[in-house]
Design a binder for this molecule. Structure first.
Ligand code: C5P
Length: 288
C-alpha cells in the first residue's frame, strides 16, 4: 500500500491584472503577473482499504462533490478508466474562499499533483495543466507556481525571475465574497487594456524592489477593480479607510482580498494591526 503524504496548496496574488479583450466563448483574454504566497491549504492523501476516493474538507461547507479538489479526483478517475487504489483526501482549509486568492484553484492543482503521484498516473506538468484548465483558468498557474506572467485565459505562462522577498499583508473585509464571473461581467469596458504591465515585468526582471513597489504604488493595478457589483461599495469604503491610515492596499484577482507588500517585518506587523483595527481580517505571510 502507498504511504500517506501531504501536498501544500499556496494562495496567489495578482501583482497586476489587465483584461485585454472578450472572447467568443465568454471568457476574457488577460495579462497578469501572478505570485504565490506562503498562506496555504494542505491536502493529505491516505491509503485506505476498499475502493474509490473519498473527499473531506475541514470546512464542512466545502466538503461536497463541487469542491475543485473533488472534481480533480473525479476527472483523473474518469480519464484513467480503470480501478485505482482507494484513497482518503483531506483538505485542511486556510485560504479564504471566493476572495481572489485562487484558493479553490490551488486545491485543485494540489489534488491533481497529489493523485497523479498516489495513483502513479505518470502525467507530466503540461498534461496536468491541460486537465487543470478544464476545471479553472488559474489551475495551470497553481500547478506551476512561483512568479509568472500569465496570458490567454490565464493558462499561457512564462516563468519570471523569483520576486525579491517581501512580507505580504492580506486584507479580508469581514464576510465579503465576490464572484469572479460577476467581476468579469461588470468591469468598465473603457478600461480594457489598462493598466500596461510592461514596467512591472521589467522591474521584476531587474529584481528592483523599489521599482516594483513604485509600480504597485501607482494605484490602478487591476482592470477588475473597476467592476461595480454587490459588495463593491463595502470594499471601496474599506480601502479608503485603510488609505486614510496611510496604507496602500491593492486588489488581488477579482477580489475582495487586498494585499500590501512590505520590505520590513515590523512595518508589515504594524500594517496588519491597522488592518484589524479597521475591522478587516489580516493575514501576515510572505512571497514564495
Ligand atoms: O475559469 P474560472 O472557472 O476560474 O472562471 C470563472 C468565471 O470567470 C468564468 O466563468 C468567466 O465568467 C470568468 N473568467 C473570464 N475570463 C477569464 C477567467 C475567468 O471571463 N480569463
Amino acid at each position: 500500500m502507498a504511504n500517506s503524504f501531504t501536498v501544500k496548496a499556496p494562495a496567489k496574488i495578482n501583482l497586476g491584472l489587465t483584461v485585454t479583450s472578450r472572447r467568443q466563448d465568454g471568457y476574457h483574454e488577460l495579462e497578469s503577473v501572478m505570485q504565490q504566497v506562503s498562506l496555504a491549504d494542505t491536502l493529505l492523501f491516505e491509503p485506505i482499504q476498499g475502493t474509490g476516493w473519498h473527499f473531506f474538507c475541514t470546512d464542512r461547507d466545502l466538503s461536497g462533490p463541487d469542491n475543485l479538489a473533488a472534481r480533480a479526483a473525479a476527472l483523473l478517475e474518469e480519464r484513467a478508466g480503470k480501478s485505482l487504489p482507494a484513497v482518503n483526501i483531506t483538505l485542511y482549509k486556510n485560504i479564504p474562499v471566493e476572495a481572489g486568492l485562487a484558493g479553490g484553484s490551488a486545491d485543485c492543482a494540489a489534488a491533481l499533483a497529489g493523485l497523479n503521484r498516489f495513483w502513479g498516473l505518470g502525467y507530466d506538468l503540461a498534461e496536468l495543466q491541460e486537465l487543470g484548465l478544464l476545471l479553472g483558468s488559474d489551475v495551470p498557474y497553481c500547478l506551476k507556481g512561483g512568479t509568472a506572467l500569465a496570458w490567454g485565459r490565464g493558462e499561457k505562462l512564462e516563468r519570471l525571475p523569483p520576486l525579491p522577498f517581501f512580507w505580504v499583508v492580506l486584507v479580508l473585509p469581514a464576510g465579503l465574497r465576490m464572484s469572479t464571473a460577476s467581476a468579469y461581467k461588470n468591469f468598465d469596458k473603457n478600461k480594457m487594456g489598462e493598466p500596461a504591465l510592461t514596467p512591472l515585468v521589467t522591474a521584476i526582471r531587474e529584481g528592483s524592489r523599489s521599482k516594483i513597489l513604485k509600480w504597485l504604488g501607482r494605484g490602478f493595478t487591476n482592470t477588475l477593480e473597476t467592476a461595480f457589483m454587490p459588495g463593491t461599495d463595502i470594499l471601496k469604503e474599506k480601502k479608503r479607510a485603510l488609505e486614510h491610515r496611510g496604507l496602500r492596499p491593492i486588489l488581488s484577482g477579482s477580489g475582495p482580498a487586498l494585499f500590501m507588500l512590505h520590505e520590513n517585518y515590523y512595518e508589515a506587523c504594524k500594517a496588519a494591526r491597522m488592518v484589524e483595527e479597521a475591522n478587516c481580517r489580516a493575514y501576515l505571510c510572505w512571497t514564495l
